[in-house]
Write a protein that binds this ligand. Structure first.
Ligand code: SF4
Ligand code: SF4
Length: 153
């Protein structure tokens, strides 16, 4: 007879937990309308300031998994570079392979490549993970709508 009350104890315990949490302030954030403030040193998508990139390849050499490679890109706006070539080497990043370790940004002597706080980078297909120097030089919101859900495509 005494054992028949045992299941009831579990139910009451569960109701107690529910009641206790019912009066607590909600911690759920209504993302994307509400956005959590990111830590100061958050490492999001990389950004390239091509105006101060000197093409030294330090970022490529430091990348531990080959996510970053130097590629030619004709957009020249750094007048300190020699004028006898029509293109220069700039970093290109496969963000699907990038581990956001920050090494490329740490070794960059001019601060040309650095992490932003952008993290909404989901895509429907792999080809859109390759960030050319031109794409790296823009922020996510300035990129034209593509197949990414977060770009509204
Ligand atoms: S953050 Fe790390 S993994 Fe990503 S490109 Fe830079 S060095 Fe490579
Ligand atoms: S981004 Fe920085 S480390 Fe990479 S090539 Fe340009 S200047 Fe060198």
């Amino acid at each position: 007879m005494k054992n028949s009350y045992k299941p009831l104890i579990g139910v009451l315990h569960g109701l107690g937990v529910t009641l206790k949490n019912f009066f607590r302030r909600a911690v759920t954030e209504q993302y994307p309308e509400e956005r959590h403030e990111l830590p100061e040193r958050f490492r999001g998508r990389l950004f390239l300031d091509h105006n101060i990139c000197i093409g030294c390849t330090m970022c490529e050499q430091s990348c531990p998994n080959g996510a970053l490679k130097m590629v030619p890109w004709g957009k020249i706006s750094n007048t300190s570079k020699p004028q006898d070539r029509d293109y220069y080497l700039f970093p290109q990043v496969d963000i699907a392979m990038c581990t956001y370790c920050g090494w490329c940004a740490d070794v960059c002597p001019t601060g040309a490549i650095r992490h932003t706080k952008e993290f909404e980078l989901s895509r429907y297909d792999r080809e859109h993970f390759e960030y050319t120097p031109e794409l790296l030089s823009k922020s996510e919101k300035d990129l034209s709508p593509g197949p990414s859900p977060t770009r509204g495509g």
